[in-house]
Design a binder for this molecule. Structure first.
Ligand SMILES: [Zn+2]
Length: 153
């Protein structure tokens, strides 16, 4: 019934990060703060980069090269890639703005301490501390395969 989760390096990095975020933010309140901070930092950074690019390359309205320039062959591939990147960033920012509006409703919720305690309990089960002695021992057993370089003769 249970399918083996993918173990490629990207997925493993994802599982580690996923579990770390649960372990380090094991309450509803902390998850709300974490996600709010992540969203805001993403918006701040992407928004600032877009501003910088618009200053440097002009924004989309003024970016269409004048016919004279096209005729002289002064357009290169770089401005196109930049215009595309700026359009993509504008899209990202618009979506982040919508997500923020949706998330505000999630962030208004407060639950009783009992429920927060339940969050912490479940978090401990979902993402046990990897530095816990039992877990380390289990990991070592799992990773003792002949394929690992340190097990080669
Ligand atoms: Zn994978």
């Amino acid at each position: 019934m249970s399918e083996e989760p993918c173990q490629c390096p990207d997925c493993q990095r994802f599982y580690r990060e996923h579990d770390r975020l649960i372990r380090e933010n094991p309450s509803l309140r902390q998850q709300q703060e974490l996600n709010w901070a992540a969203l805001q930092s993403f918006r701040t950074l992407a928004g600032r980069v877009l501003e910088e690019l618009q200053k440097q390359y002009g924004d989309n309205e003024t970016s269409v090269p004048a016919p004279a320039e096209v005729a002289k062959g002064e357009t290169s591939e770089e401005p196109d890639a930049m215009q595309q990147a700026m359009a993509d960033l504008e899209n990202i920012n618009a979506h982040l703005f919508s997500i923020e509006a949706l998330m505000e409703r999630i962030f208004d919720v407060r639950v009783p301490e009992e429920v927060e305690q339940k969050f912490r309990e479940v978090a401990g089960e979902l993402a046990p501390d990897p530095l816990n002695a039992d877990r380390l021992r289990l990991n070592r057993l799992l990773h003792q395969t002949p394929d690992l370089p340190d097990h080669r003769p």
